[in-house]
Design a protein around this ligand. Structure first.
Ligand code: AMP
Length: 125
């Protein structure tokens, strides 16, 4: 179900629970600002979610309100996760769904990282 990302941050969302350790996840990478773990319902051979540790509902919220060091730490984490999987050469895809048109389902910013296979058209038709 798409969610209303104009609402305030909900501390009970599933990724907040993962960050607190209330729900289990497999850590792929972590730095001061970001946490990366496998998507529970992978859409590609490699499907990792990278989330900021801060309380940001969406890319919109994060890009408007996060401190520069949080943004840098998060973006660097995404790049590190890709390099951990040797994806710089073969390439990969990053996706951040935002709001109803984007199909965002979890109200905590997350970037999907897909790879280890050709990924086809950018948007399904
Ligand atoms: P989005 O539609 O962009 O909001 O994506 C939400 C993603 O979160 C989906 O790809 C789900 O498979 C994934 N997801 C939901 N719950 C979990 C969980 N407990 N652990 C890992 N991934 C999850």
């Amino acid at each position: 179900m798409p969610i209303d990302v104009t609402q305030p941050y909900d501390d009970d969302n599933i990724f907040a629970k993962i960050l607190r350790g209330d729900i289990p996840s497999v850590k792929i990478y972590e730095n001061e600002w970001a946490y990366a773990f496998p998507d529970i319902n992978p859409q590609a051979k490699l499907h990792v979610l990278v989330i900021p540790k801060g309380r940001y509902v969406s890319w919109d919220d994060f890009s408007a309100k996060a401190a520069d060091e949080e943004i840098a730490g998060f973006i660097r984490a995404v790049g590190i996760v890709a390099r951990m999987h040797d994806l710089a050469g073969p390439g990969y895809r990053l996706l951040a769904n935002v709001g109803p048109d984007g199909g965002q389902e979890v109200p905590h910013l997350h970037v999907h990282l897909f790879g280890q296979q050709p990924l086809g058209p950018m948007i399904s038709r």
